[in-house]
Design a protein around this ligand. Structure first.
Ligand SMILES: [Cu+2]
Length: 510
């Protein structure tokens, strides 16, 4: 079944209204429920999970420094929409099948409100995980303007909960952003890009068995999942009618495994103004933007003088990345822009020449270096299992940075895939990437570099919370730990890896 492209309009995500707001606090309640929604007009309505009855969830917009409280509430059914694999750690038969916990990706948050994977809760908070501490999460939002997103993070079923629809945007705004005079209002559109596969009846497909099924087990964990259709804001291959003027788009890859390398088929440039953690120093004009799962890019596209033109945003990233198959005509198509709306007023917005200072964290300021491997092993059923530093989730904590200290982490990738590595709590800067001899490292546990240190790509020169750690390379990142102490996680953001042990706790100590 092949769905027609560009017959549905891009959904513009609603902004969530707080339940209550005074000069000191803002309070939201967000309900998670199961419902049916049309994801394409040729497809029967799809049963999905969403926040506040919407997939993707409504956008939460806050001001830098605003004290925000959110009660995330689980009103989902007891039975999961998708096949749970009870052989996966944290999803065994001794815990409820449907568990949720919400993480605001990229936010700096006290640990009790960060959505620790074992702080899950069930419908009505009837049952909670061992690290559950509070029903109402607190967000101080002491960050600069940036594009964050919220999504589920429950241990062992994150891939299923997010694939079912539990994801939304969380935008922090600030004074500096308003001074930049960027395209705003209806000319600023967040775009959440995901891939999914559907059954004929419109229901979501997620693989149930690995390639070599274990007869006695209902297994579902797979080393990767690639859908055969691309959705933006919850619609398959949508179109957006635009005016001949500048637009700001916040691009987010919210897919389970798929990477995207986005281009405009008209050859137009994206003017990138921001990375994961906020504005870059200067905008860069780029022909293509690579986004691993969880990465964001804040861009301006200028449709001025393009009246009547259509252009397609395409994807040519191989899957798995970077050495897998190229996308086909379907997975290579993301959405269409149609410059068919009349210009409603003169476009006075700008692509700024300068956004904000971006001081480099000095390498000499680091008090500790950590050498951490990304490993590929085989589990007892013969399935692929990816690990961080060759350790499982429940091994004792080994990463324990001191509050206020700066560290350099060497991500030593011994696998054949790129892994998007995400640290909670902090933003980091990418120092460099460098080729090394993997076989020699496996034998001698010593890094033998085989090439020069490569600086981060221009599109990565800013604050980051997710970094692509490429195969055969050591990727170095630098960060200062704070402002909170407590228990956080770092993990691969390929959700099939994260769910199956490619995640580790870490603790910030005093
Ligand atoms: Cu991974």
């Amino acid at each position: 079944m092949i769905l027609s492209k560009f017959i549905d309009e891009l959904p513009i995500l609603p902004i969530l209204k707080p339940r209550w707001k005074d000069p000191f606090h803002t309070y939201y309640e967000v309900n998670m429920t199961e419902f049916k929604q049309s994801l394409h007009s040729e497809l029967n309505d799809t049963t999905v999970w969403g926040y506040e009855g919407s997939y993707p969830g409504p956008t939460i917009e806050v001001e830098s420094g605003e004290k925000v409280f959110i009660k995330w509430m689980n009103n989902l059914p007891d039975k999961h929409l998708l096949p749970v694999d009870h052989t996966v750690h944290g999803a065994h038969v001794d815990v409820p099948e449907v568990r949720t916990v919400v993480h605001v990706h990229g936010a700096s948050v006290e640990w009790e409100s960060d959505g620790y994977p074992e702080a899950w809760f069930t419908q009505g908070f009837k049952q909670v995980g061992p690290y559950f501490r509070k029903q109402i999460y607190q967000y101080d939002n002491d960050d600069r303007a940036c594009t964050l997103w919220y999504h589920d993070h429950a241990l062992g079923i994150t891939r299923l909960n997010v694939y079912a629809g539990l994801a939304g945007f969380y935008l922090i705004r600030d004074h500096r952003e308003r001074l930049l005079n960027l395209p705003s209002g209806k000319y600023e559109v967040p775009l959440m890009i995901q891939d999914k596969t559907f059954h004929k009846d419109g229901s979501l497909y997620y693989p149930k068995q690995p390639e070599k099924p274990v007869p006695e087990l209902e297994t579902s964990i797979v080393p990767e999942f690639f859908g055969d259709t691309i959705l933006v804001n919850g619609k398959v291959w949508p179109y957006l009618k635009v005016e001949p003027r500048k637009y700001r788009f916040r691009l987010l890859n919210a897919s389970n495994t798929r990477f995207y390398r986005l281009k405009l088929d008209s050859g137009q440039l994206f003017y990138q103004i921001g990375t994961d953690g906020g504005f870059m120093q200067h905008p860069i004009g780029v022909k293509e933007i690579t986004l691993a799962p969880a990465e964001r890019a804040d861009v301006i596209i200028d449709f001025t003088n393009l009246e009547g033109k259509n252009m397609i945003m395409t994807n040519d990233a191989p899957s798995p990345f970077p050495t897998g198959d190229p996308p086909n005509e379907n997975t290579g198509t993301v959405m269409q822009f149609r410059v068919t709306l009349p210009l409603s007023s003169v476009d006075t917005s700008v692509i700024p020449a300068y956004m904000m200072p971006l001081p480099k964290i000095k390498e000499q300021s680091a008090s500790k270096k950590r050498y951490l491997t990304l490993n590929e092993n085989t589990d007892k059923y013969g399935r692929k299992i990816m690990l961080l530093d060759n350790k499982h989730w429940d091994a004792p904590i080994t990463e324990n940075p001191k509050l206020g200290s700066t560290e350099i982490w060497y991500l030593i990738n011994l696998t054949e895939d790129t892994h998007p590595i995400h640290l909670h709590l902090i933003n980091f800067q990418i120092l460099d990437r460098r080729e090394f001899n993997v076989e020699k490292f496996k034998k001698e546990r010593m890094i033998h570099y085989t090439g020069p240190a490569l600086p981060p790509e221009p599109q990565e020169r800013g604050w980051k919370d997710t970094v692509r750690a490429n195969p055969n390379q050591v990727t170095r990142i630098i960060m200062k730990f704070g402002p909170y102490t407590g228990l956080y996680v770092w993990h691969c953001h390929i959700l099939e890896h994260e769910d199956y042990e490619m995640m580790r706790p870490y603790i910030v100590i005093r």
